[in-house]
Design a protein around this ligand. Sequence first.
Ligand SMILES: Nc1ncnc2c1ncn2[C@@H]1O[C@H](COP(=O)(O)OP(=O)(O)OP(=O)(O)O)[C@@H](O)[C@H]1O
Ligand SMILES: [Mg+2]
Length: 291
Amino acid sequence: MGKKLKQIAIYGKGGIGKSTTTSNLSAALAEMGLKVMQFGCDPKSDSTNTLRDGKFIPTVLDTLRERSAVKAQDVIFEGFNGTYCVEAGGPAPGVGCAGRGIITAVELFKQQRIFEELDLDLVIFDVLGDVVCGGFAVPIREGIAEHVFTVSSSDFMSIYASNNLFKGISKYSNSGGALLGGVIANSMGPPYSREIIDDFVGQTGTAVVEYIPRSVTVTQSELQGKTTIEAAPQSAQAEVYRSLARKIAAHDASKAPSPLEAAALRGWAALWADRLLALEQGKVSSPGELI
Ligand SMILES: Nc1ncnc2c1ncn2[C@@H]1O[C@H](COP(=O)(O)OP(=O)(O)OP(=O)(O)O)[C@@H](O)[C@H]1O
Ligand SMILES: [Mg+2]
């Protein structure tokens, strides 16, 4: 009997750290002895770079444009620790829907039963941006992924993007869509950054899976074209990514989140503006005192 394949998708605002977090997650899962495929769903096709010494790989869509018959094996490349790296690619800039690209790439793999053939434990989809563009809702809507995680910092625009993602998930949750696994809190800095994220997950009936500090180790590793797991395996930051990997490997209970309506989110943000002002003026030593 085959093992159960776990398919997860990582969403979040542009530039928030999805690819960095996903690549470290894949590297740490591979270190645990699991068979992992990282599936980049961004037309920039830079998701898997740090698993491959900073090198780009040919995308599924580009390969399909060049040849009529493509074997899935031709678009899978080996990355750090035996990870399987794939970049779906995208349409030429300004033409077509990138969501179609994701479907085409996934269809190719499904038809050729690649996930089964490779006996994978996990496939991780690293998806561009938030779900404002319908195309990027594809992994959620089509149930391609079962568990969705969002990467968010404590910045409002990042929380706003996560809240939009929650709306997208809620919309499809009754018709076989993906459910939310949790929030990966990235680029944590001052103590209040945790308090903001904790309050947001409390308001939306979700939970933080892991707190990932903002760290110069990540910057150094990226400059070497590597994940932190590879470039700085003894670092505290690598341990944080390993902890995230253990939690995601063990995770199976995702649920529908309760997104905030626009006015409620605005009101929530305004409260935090007041709390941070009180902190800055020394009226409180922690914004938590005002909750
Ligand atoms: N915890 C962290 N500490 C320090 N730097 C980080 C951290 N997480 C991400 N970064 C940096 O932030 C930048 C953006 O990260 P990344 O490319 O992973 O974001 P992304 O969400 O995938 O972006 P895009 O939406 O463009 O795909 C990178 O330079 C990365 O090194
Ligand atoms: Mg990215």
